[in-house]
Design a protein around this ligand. Structure first.
Ligand code: BGP
Length: 487
């Protein structure tokens, strides 16, 4: 955009998560992970969890996903061809510690990620590693429950120590927990590693699990804060070059009207959803209003918070990363309705269009979020997820002309440029699902995000071959010109 400049060394790239793209779910000694027992669904049909293990004949999208496990060299070469400076991926705990608490790590798992990081380096790509992205070893879940069990902290730190030691010099950018603030949403328990319901044959993911018990959920979240703070300190000790970020599901939330009740309710949503976790991880302490929030939701965390205050203070993150897809609105008027197919609910905004999955498209909301968060924390920011999930149809000429995706990305990048011009220190941008992958919320392949098409459908058909979409060539030019040419 004329007059606007992206900083030198801006980390342009793409983002993925292991359970949504890696596949090889039982390859080379990997243990089962909670996502390996979550079936596919659709926007109208919830994903089902079979906590005892995978069932004969049922379809679990994580098992093969897009088989990055066997295609990683070629995939990373394609990212290199686009000029990626950065590639975000996550590690699976159960690939390195199959049961989560094994005496020794699985060497084959360690070797796999090493080969992946080396392929990144060969392509001049900086890996950005999410240590835990919506996953938890299934065996650990059976044995220890989830994150509300404090024993999990030390086991996870051992996993981190293995990563920091093994990949020293290969990886320097780390994120501790993906979208940690989704732990504020009742029912996200299984996805967040907060525990599964072992005594059930099956149940619906994203909503129906007993993590609706706020005491357990917020204790689990507190233990994740402690684990994350310890990991930050450990990462710095093992390699002072390491930079560790938090990862927040960024939600710009507006009052539905100028009714002061709506304004206050919207502010409360922003605080509880975005700032509760951000404040602990960036400022090193719970916000002043936390005790009144705990009281509101009937939770007693005062003793735990006081006991761990020093650890939280000592383990603040180096940068703040977040995902951004959509904005929401809050209304206190009972007549208003909730959005559909939207992880975060809220009231539909009449000024905005929505994706096929009901997610509002709001590029200006990204600018507002960047500027609000930077004002609050004053540390470098990074957008590590943003993109459009859409149905891509092959055109008559045999190609994928995804101009709607280019428009979405262009509009968001333009707003980033304005925020940078307004003084926001933005380190980089990794577009979500740079290669088509499995949707987290619905388990579908049909909801595609990629610059690269993968031949795979909702039922597991397809030969996994890859194709470049129009957006592939567009993004290559964006990176080549460091954001100067978005046409
Ligand atoms: C974020 C998750 C990602 C990713 C993305 C898109 O919340 O961190 O894992 O999946 O949302 O969501 P979906 O896959 O449901 O379209």
């Amino acid at each position: 955009m004329a007059g606007y400049r992206f900083p030198e060394g801006f980390l342009w790239g793409g983002a993925t998560a292991a359970n949504q793209f890696e596949g090889g779910y039982d390859a080379d000694g990997k243990g089962l992970s909670v996502p390996d027992v979550i079936m596919g669904g659709t926007v109208d049909r919830p994903r089902l969890v079979t906590p005892a293990g995978p069932r004969e004949g049922a379809y679990y999208p994580s098992h093969e996903a897009i088989d990055f496990y066997h295609h990683f060299e070629d995939d990373i070469d394609l990212f290199g061809e686009m000029g990626f400076k950065c590639f975000r991926l996550s590690t699976q705990w159960s690939r390195i510690f199959p049961n989560g608490d094994d005496a020794e790590p699985n060497q084959a798992g360690i070797d796999f990620y090493r080969r992946v990081f080396e392929a990144c380096r060969r392509n001049g790509i900086e890996p950005l590693v999410t240590i835990s992205h919506y996953e938890f070893p299934l065996a650990l879940s059976h044995r220890y429950g989830g994150w509300d069990n404090p024993k999990v902290i030390d086991l996870w730190i051992r996993f981190c120590e293995t990563l920091f030691t093994e990949y020293k010099g290969l990886v320097t950018y780390w994120l501790t927990f993906n979208e940690i603030n989704c732990g504020m949403i009742p029912g996200m328990g299984d996805v967040m590693g907060m525990g599964i319901l072992p005594d059930h044959d099956w149940y619906s993911s994203f909503g129906a699990c007993d993590w609706d018990v706020p005491q357990r959920r917020l204790t689990g979240l507190h233990n994740q804060f402690v684990a994350s703070a310890k990991a930050v300190q450990l990462a710095h000790r093992i390699d002072p070059a390491n930079k560790v970020g938090c990862m927040i599901a960024g939600m710009a939330n507006y009052p539905y009207s100028c009714n002061p009740d709506d304004v206050l309710a919207a502010e409360e949503t922003m605080r509880e959803f975005n700032f509760y976790c951000g404040d602990v991880q960036v400022r090193g302490a719970y916000p002043a209003w936390a005790p009144s929030y705990w009281e509101k939701v009937g939770v007693d965390l005062a003793d735990l918070a006081a006991r761990d205050a020093e650890v939280l203070r000592a383990g603040t993150v180096d940068f703040y990363s977040f995902s951004y897809y959509q904005s929401s609105t809050t209304s206190t008027d009972p007549e208003t309705t909730s959005g559909k197919g939207n992880l975060f609910g809220g009231v539909p905004n009449p000024y905005l269009r929505a994706s096929d999955w009901g997610w509002t498209v709001d590029p200006k909301g990204l600018r507002w979020y960047l500027e609000t968060v930077y004002d609050r924390y004053q540390i470098p920011l990074m957008i590590v997820e943003n993109g459009l999930g859409a149905v891509d149809e092959r055109a008559e000429d045999g190609k994928f002309h995804d101009g709607y995706r280019i428009d979405y990305l262009r509009e968001h990048i333009e707003e980033m440029a304005i925020a940078i011009n307004h003084g926001v220190d933005l380190m980089g941008y990794t577009m979500w699902g740079c290669i088509d992958l499995v949707s987290a919320s619905t388990g579908e392949m049909k909801k595609r995000y990629g610059f690269i098409y993968v031949d795979r459908d909702n039922d597991g058909n397809g030969d996994f071959h890859r194709e470049r979409k129009d957006s592939f060539h567009w993004y290559k030019k964006v990176i080549e010109t460091n954001g100067a040419d978005l046409s």
